[in-house]
Design a binder for this molecule. Structure first.
Ligand SMILES: NC(=O)C1=CN([C@@H]2O[C@H](COP(=O)(O)OP(=O)(O)OC[C@H]3O[C@@H](n4cnc5c(N)ncnc54)[C@H](OP(=O)(O)O)[C@@H]3O)[C@@H](O)[C@H]2O)C=CC1
Ligand SMILES: CC(=O)N[C@@H](CCC(=O)OP(=O)(O)O)C(=O)O
Length: 338
C-alpha cells in the first residue's frame, strides 16, 4: 500500500523533517506541499537539503485540490490556522496528523485561557486523540485525526507518567524545568530567536504562563487517573535542536534511585523509541533521531527524572510518522529506526 501524503506549512522546520523521514518510508509518497505564497517555489529553493531528492513545487492549494492528490495530511501550521482547515480536510475523507496544538487540549475553556484565542473547531476537542504512542497507542490506531504532542510535553510526560502510574510520586507537587534549542520556535522569524538575541545567551521565558503547562497536566492526569499540578519553566538555549527536561517530584514513600530506574525500565521495556539509561542523558545522543533517553535519581526528598529528545523529531515530525504508521498499520518503526 502507498499512502499519498500532503504537508501543510511546507516552508517550515517540522515540514522539512517530515519530508526527510517520509522520503525513506516505503509506504508513503509525498504528493503535495503547501505554502501561502502564490509563486510555486520548487522545494529545493526552500529546503536545499532536499535538492535532487524530491521534485515538487510548494503550492497554495485548495482543500479540494488536496483531497484529489492526497490520502493523509500532515498539518505543520501554527495553532488556530490549523483548526481553520482541519474540519474541511476531514469532511473530504482525508486523515490528518496535526502537529499544531489545536486538538491537544480536550477542554475548550482551557485552550482559550492558555492560547488567548477562540477555538475555530471546538466540537472536536472532547474526543480528540492525543498522539503519544507510549501511553495512548490503542486509540491512535483507529483515528482519523491525531493531535500530535507538543515538544516539551513529550519529554515531561514520558519522564513522569511511569512513576505517577506506579503511585511512587505525588501528583500535585511537580516541577518541570526544560531547555530547548532555537528550532523549537519554528522558522518564522521572531525577535527572541534572531541570532544576536539568542546566541551566547540563555534565558527563561513563559514562566507560569507557558501553554504547555495544561498539556502536561492533562497527559499526566489521563495516564495516572489523578489530579495533577505542574509548574513548568521553559528556557531557550543557543543550540539548533534538542530538549532536556529535568523533572522534580516528591516520592509518596521512601524510594531509591535503583527502584525509580527499574520502574522506568519496566514501563518502557517494549517501547522501540524510549531508552532508560544509567548515565545522565544529553541532547546530542538523540539528535536527528526519534529516541527519548531517560534516567532518574533520588536526591534528599525528591525524585529527579531527566529526559532528552530532539524537538523536531520525537518532539514533532518523528512522532507524527510514528502515529501515521499506527493509523495505517505499518510497522511502528518504519522510516524511524536509524
Ligand atoms: N518547531 C518545533 O520544534 C515544534 C513545532 N510544533 C508545532 O508544529 C507546527 C509547525 O511548526 P514549525 O514547522 O516549527 O513552524 P514554522 O514557523 O517553521 O513553519 C510554519 C509554516 O506555516 C505557515 N504559516 C505561518 N502562519 C500561517 C498562517 N497564519 N496560516 C497558514 N499558514 C501559516 C508558514 O508557511 P508559509 O509562510 O510558506 O505559508 C510557515 O512556514 C506549529 O504549530 C508548531 O507549534 C510542534 C512541536 C515541535
Ligand atoms: C523554543 C520554543 O520557542 N519552543 C516553542 C514550543 C514548540 C512547540 O511544541 O509548540 P506547539 O505546542 O505550539 O506545537 C515555544 O515555547 O513556544
Amino acid at each position: 500500500m502507498t499512502v499519498r501524503v500532503g504537508i501543510l506549512g511546507a516552508t517550515g522546520y517540522t515540514a522539512l523533517e517530515l519530508a526527510r523521514i517520509l522520503l525513506r518510508h516505503s509506504g508513503a509518497q509525498i504528493t503535495a506541499l503547501t505554502t501561502r505564497q502564490d509563486d510555486r517555489p520548487h522545494v529545493s529553493a526552500i529546503h536545499p537539503q532536499l535538492t535532487g531528492r524530491l521534485d515538487l513545487h510548494l503550492e497554495n492549494l485548495s482543500l479540494d485540490e488536496l483531497a484529489e492528490r492526497c490520502d493523509c495530511i500532515f498539518g505543520c501550521l501554527p495553532h488556530a490556522a490549523s483548526a481553520a482547515v482541519v474540519p474541511g480536510l476531514l469532511e473530504r475523507g482525508l486523515k490528518v496528523v496535526d502537529l499544531s496544538a489545536d486538538y491537544r487540549l480536550r477542554d475548550v475553556a482551557v485552550y482559550e485561557k492558555w492560547y488567548g484565542e477562540t477555538h475555530p473547531d471546538p466540537s472536536r476537542l472532547p474526543n480528540s486523540v492525543y498522539g503519544l504512542p507510549e501511553l495512548f497507542r490503542d486509540s491512535i490506531k483507529g483515528a482519523n485525526l491525531i493531535a500530535n504532542p507538543g515538544c516539551y510535553p513529550t519529554s515531561a510526560t514520558l519522564a513522569l507518567a511511569p512513576l505517577l502510574k506506579a503511585g511512587m510520586i505525588q501528583s500535585t507537587d511537580i516541577l518541570v524545568d526544560s531547555k530547548s534549542g532555537v528550532s523549537g520556535a519554528g522558522r518564522t522569524p521572531k525577535m527572541g530567536t534572531l541570532y544576536p538575541e539568542c546566541n551566547e545567551s540563555f534565558s527563561a521565558y513563559g514562566v507560569g504562563t507557558h501553554r504547555h503547562t495544561p498539556e502536561i497536566e492533562q497527559n499526566l492526569e489521563q495516564a495516572s487517573g489523578q489530579k495533577c499540578s505542574v509548574i513548568f519553566t521553559p528556557h531557550l538555549v543557543p543550540m539548533d535542536r534538542g530538549i532536556l527536561s529535568t523533572c522534580y517530584a516528591k516520592p509518596t514513600r521512601p524510594i531509591t534511585t535503583a527502584e525509580a530506574i527499574a520502574t522506568l525500565r519496566e514501563f518502557y521495556a517494549d517501547e522501540p523509541f524510549v531508552q532508560v539509561i544509567d548515565g545522565l542523558p544529553a541532547t546530542k545522543s538523540v539528535s536527528y533521531t526519534n529516541y527519548c533517553h531517560l534516567t532518574a535519581r533520588v536526591v534528599n526528598d525528591r525524585v529527579i527524572v531527566i529526559a532528552v529528545i530532539d524537538n523536531l523529531i520525537k518532539g514533532a515530525s518523528g512522532a507524527a510518522v510514528q502515529n501515521f504508521n499506527l493509523m495505517y498499520d505499518f510497522a511502528e518503526t518504519t522510516a524511524l529506526a536509524d
